[in-house]
Ligand binder design. Structure first.
Ligand code: NOJ
Ligand code: CA
Length: 703
């Protein structure tokens, strides 16, 4: 115990527990992670975290400002209980067939006098080998409610750490990450010009979680939250003199943070820590802090590889809309009299072409956007009734297209763009899911582009957070899997509701121009809460080569795009490019056809945030392994050691690599494909081009 804490301990213990008292410290099962809790002289709850003797979070405040109650001071400790948990759980889908879940826990019961009565607040800590979680419980009796006006939780960082961050924002995470010292967050725009972020945050030192940090003495620390249920998303606001982050809850339209019914447990505040970057990638802390699977039957949930009538709209080759008419009332607009614009992507003929290709190449599903009426008049309109989610455009025959797909062994994937009108989506949800059941869709990509309605609400406040989870729960009742774009960033809820198979909540492939390092940061940040529908697999990097007038370029090589199927885990993976672009590089497309979307084992072999990631994974359904590596804007030589392979076998390795002259800017589409036999004793020297990577399939040779 540090001296200053010891003195505080003497003072408090003399008042509250004169004789002896329970330990207020907690160690992880391996003893490396430690948490110390205390209350200061004025009764403020405080905590600190160490890893292997090094400070991770210095003594930091806890608690809340509640309407009528200051739940941040005046507390006495009424009791401390310790417990432990050792176990593992089996995910429906995941990076590993089972997940170890071992922690030691400590519940501190705090009491303060309040209006002649007693106010109770518990703090529950869990120490795992890969980090710490803590949450607050308000145990008061049923029926009462509390208004949360602020959160006091702090994370006092021990030094001016390096951070990979995106600015605080109540509505979007679609930013490029910036790497800077904490002390440079405020001034990065003027001094460092890193990334292309625009400073739209609520505070010039506000950032979003999951926040990746590294200390000069080699500790990797990640701050996030877990089990965000019935509460607003937490941002972090930095005091850049003291390096103390304070929780900044997303406000609702009245400026309040949350209304909660008692008893209530807050989301977990989570701190991942290790001296190895790869441990952060492998950490299951966020899932372990979430509740177990809540669905009785999960037999209908399945990992999915899909293509889409999508990239052609995103790139501007075709349109979501059927006509060019604007400014109309969807309830009265007569599509049969409207003039088609001739560029509508989701037309019967084009959709059949995609179905043919997707089915012939082993895809599970085909997403079709722009199938339903309303796309002429949605973007930026803040219309309450913007889509009905059930009426197809005149040239989209929903009945026969589903039948055609099913006959070929694939399913269509539904698309619900809500345009941020949550009330409209909630009014139509039952009939929208009902239509999906009628035609045999079992997955929906939903989206929340634009300002959230009701007006004044935003994407990450309590009301919206509740809506996203509600939509997932209602979908489960209809046996529907959900992939929600623009929803709040995930916090591990897919463990509890495994039909939440994907989210966007970060900059994905649809931003063609983001820098190559982005994909080496996402697995350290965005992916810690759950899988991302990143939509990899772009083979034509020069968009102008198929969309006249476009000067956009994707900043990646083909081998890099293949590697993403291994380095960015998701049970939902898209092959995002157009069928004709896969047909012209059919040999490289073979990797996308082969790569599984569910794994029995995953290994992060080497990594550094913002620089490179190398991973290997074993197919859940068989003995084959897949490996992948990605680099940022720097070329890199790498030696892939095959010792991860199961010791007893020989494997047919197919190596997809950057050609010697590949470069994401000057020559992104050149690659080599080589085959060789390997065992666990072999290794492979491979060069990753700037913005490049490599992918390897390792098929076990049957004796
Ligand atoms: C934004 C989503 O991220 C994108 O994938 C989708 O195509 C558009 N919204 C339209 O819904
Ligand atoms: Ca988006």
């Amino acid at each position: 115990m540090k001296i200053r804490r010891f003195i505080a301990w003497l003072a408090v213990s003399a008042m509250v527990l004169p004789a002896c008292r329970e330990s207020r410290s907690l160690l992880s099962p391996d003893g490396k992670v430690s948490v110390d809790f205390d209350v200061t002289e004025s009764g403020e709850p405080v905590y600190s975290v160490d890893f292997d003797g090094k400070p991770v979070v210095l003594q930091s405040k806890m608690g809340f400002e509640l309407k009528g109650i200051d739940a941040g001071a005046g507390f006495k400790v009424a009791g401390v209980e310790h417990s432990e948990h050792r176990g593992e759980w089996t995910p429906v889908w995941g990076e590993n067939a089972s997940v170890e879940d071992n922690y030691n826990a400590m519940t501190v019961r705090l009491v303060k006098e309040c209006d002649g009565g007693e106010f109770e607040m518990n703090v529950v800590f869990r120490a795992y080998d890969d980090g710490v979680g803590f949450r607050y419980e308000f145990p008061a009796s049923d029926g009462d409610s509390l208004t949360v006006t602020d959160e006091y939780t702090q994370f006092a960082m021990p030094s001016d750490m390096t951070a990979w961050w995106i600015p605080g924002d109540y509505d979007t995470q679609e930013y490029e990450y910036v790497k800077s010292r904490l002390s440079k967050i405020r001034k990065y725009g003027e001094e460092e010009k890193l990334g292309n972020v625009s400073q739209t945050s609520f505070s010039p030192t506000g950032v979003q979680t999951s926040l990746m940090l590294k200390s000069d003495d080699g500790l990797y620390v990640n701050l996030h939250e877990a089990a965000l249920v019935d509460f607003p998303a937490m941002h972090l606001n930095l005091n850049d003199t003291t390096m103390v982050f304070t929780s900044w809850l997303t406000p609702d339209r009245n400026g309040n943070k949350a209304e909660v019914k008692l008893p209530f447990s807050t989301p977990w505040r989570a701190i991942m820590v290790s001296d190895k970057a790869t441990d952060i990638l492998a950490s299951n802390l966020i899932y372990n802090l979430n509740e177990p699977n809540a669905l009785d039957d999960t037999s209908w949930i399945h990992p999915t590889k899909y293509m889409g009538v999508w990239w052609e709209m995103i790139t501007g080759k075709s349109s979501w809309a059927y006509t060019d008419t604007e400014n109309f009332d969807l309830a009265t607009f007569d599509y049969s009299k409207a003039k088609p614009n001739g560029r509508h992507g989701a037309n019967n003929e084009n959709v059949r072409r995609y179905i043919d290709f997707a089915a012939a190449n082993g895809m599970d599903q085909l997403l079709i956007e722009g199938w339903n009426i309303g796309w002429e008049d949605w973007y930026g309109k803040e219309k309450d009734f913007v889509f009905d989610f059930v009426t197809p455009y005149p040239d989209f025959d929903i009945d026969s297209l589903n039948a055609y797909a099913h006959a070929k062994g694939i399913k269509l994937m539904m698309h619900h763009e809500t345009s941020g009108s949550i009330p409209n989506y909630e009014r139509h949800m039952e009939q929208a899911y009902g239509l999906m059941n009628k035609y045999g869709y079992d997955a929906v990509k939903s989206g929340y582009v634009g300002n959230i309605l009701p007006k004044g609400e935003n994407h990450y406040n309590q009301n919206s957070v509740n809506h996203y989870l509600d939509a997932v729960k209602k979908a489960a009742e209809h046996k529907i899997m959900v992939n929600a774009h623009e929803a709040v960033r995930p916090t591990g809820l897919a463990r509890t509701y495994p039909n939440l198979v994907g989210n966007e909540s970060a900059m994905g492939t649809e931003y063609r121009n983001m820098s190559p390092g982005h994909v080496t940061i996402l697995p350290f940040t965005r992916l810690k809460g759950g899988p991302m529908d990143f939509t990899p697999g772009i083979f034509r990097m020069d968009i102008g080569s198929f969309v006249p007038g476009s000067n956009e370029h994707k900043k990646a090589t083909v081998a890099n795009q293949l590697a993403l199927y291994v380095t960015m885990y998701s049970p939902l993976q898209m092959a995002a490019d157009l069928p004709e672009h896969y047909a012209e590089k059919a040999d490289a497309f073979q990797f996308i056809k082969d790569v599984p979307v569910d794994w029995s084992r995953s290994l992060y072999l080497d990594a550094e945030p913002g620089e490179y990631i190398v991973a290997a994974r074993k197919d859940k359904k068989g003995d084959d392994w897949y490996a992948g590596g990605v680099t940022n804007g720097e070329a890199r030589d790498y030696t892939l050691d095959f010792s991860f392979l199961d010791g007893d076998g020989e494997y047919e390795a197919t190596v997809y690599a950057d050609a010697p002259d590949a470069d994401y800017e000057t020559n992104p589409e050149v690659y080599t494909i080589e085959r060789r036999k390997v065992t666990a004793a072999d290794s492979l020297a491979v060069r990753m081009a700037r913005g490049g990577g490599f992918a390897v399939s390792l098929k076990k040779i049957k004796k």
